[in-house]
Design a protein around this ligand. Structure first.
Ligand code: SAM
Length: 226
């Protein structure tokens, strides 16, 4: 999967969410299911050298790819770890995931782990698709390989289920017709060129969850922040 292309068509939801939070210099973040590291690199440019970004993925190959993508950003630490076992050396200000929860066995387990990784008052942000709400020439898309292809529809409830305050939630869907990034993305995803058929890519639901100041049980960081 070309992560750079995904970053292109789904760039706006990412930018919207990170700007909305006010991610800036000095922030500590974790990008869970980092894949090729595109989100990690975006975070790295925002947190600067005084910040830190943990790029976590269960696939050891992804760690190498993410580390290479972030080579110019010494604040990015690529780690091989399952989201279900998320354990960081310090609490973070932001735990983020995109296109991850649709693939894991139990999304609530991973989300709870992310909630346990942030400092009291910190943020958990997830961006996940509602695949069946995508359309090509009016026909619904499907993703049979994903465990939870419509997990985006459940995100707001999941955030509350794991003890986070649901601060905001919304959906955004790139759409287009004819040649361009949307058609290329769909072709890379499905192997089918939509040609001149109108395309609505799967909406990406963004949730902004905030850990209450008193935190939740089961923190997954091992050291208190100074
Ligand atoms: C579709 S890619 C998304 C990559 C990136 N987040 C993005 O938006 O471009 C999903 C990534 O999640 C990783 N992954 C799948 N299950 C995981 C798990 N249980 N824990 C951590 N990473 C996982 C995969 O190895 C893959 O790199």
């Amino acid at each position: 999967m070309p992560d750079a292309l995904r970053d292109d068509v789904y760039r706006r939801p990412l930018a919207t969410a990170l700007e909305r939070l006010g991610v800036g210099p000095g922030w500590r973040c974790v990008d869970v299911g980092a894949g090729g590291g595109d989100v990690s690199v975006s975070l790295a440019t925002m947190v600067g050298h005084s910040g830190r970004v943990y790029a976590v993925d269960s696939d050891p190959l992804a760690r190498d790819v993410a580390a290479a993508a972030a080579a110019e950003h010494s604040q990015v630490l690529a780690i091989t770890q399952a989201g279900e076992d998320l354990l960081l050396p310090e609490p973070v200000d932001l735990a983020f995931c995109r296109f991850l929860l649709l693939h894991v066995v139990d999304p609530a387990v991973v989300l709870a782990r992310m909630a346990g990784a942030v400092r009291p008052g910190g943020w958990v942000v997830a961006q996940e698709p509602v695949t069946s709400a995508g359309r090509v020439a009016g026909t619904a898309l499907s993703m049979p390989d994903a465990r939870h292809p419509d997990i985006g529809a459940w995100l707001p409830a999941l955030v509350r289920q794991v003890g986070l305050e649901l601060v905001d939630a919304w959906a955004e869907a790139p759409a287009g017709c004819g040649p361009g990034a949307v058609a290329e993305y769909l072709a890379s995803l499905t192997g089918v060129d939509p040609k001149d058929d109108p395309v609505v890519l799967p909406p990406l639901v963004t949730v902004l969850g905030r850990l209450p100041d008193q935190g939740v049980a089961g923190r997954s960081s091992v050291a208190a922040r100074d």
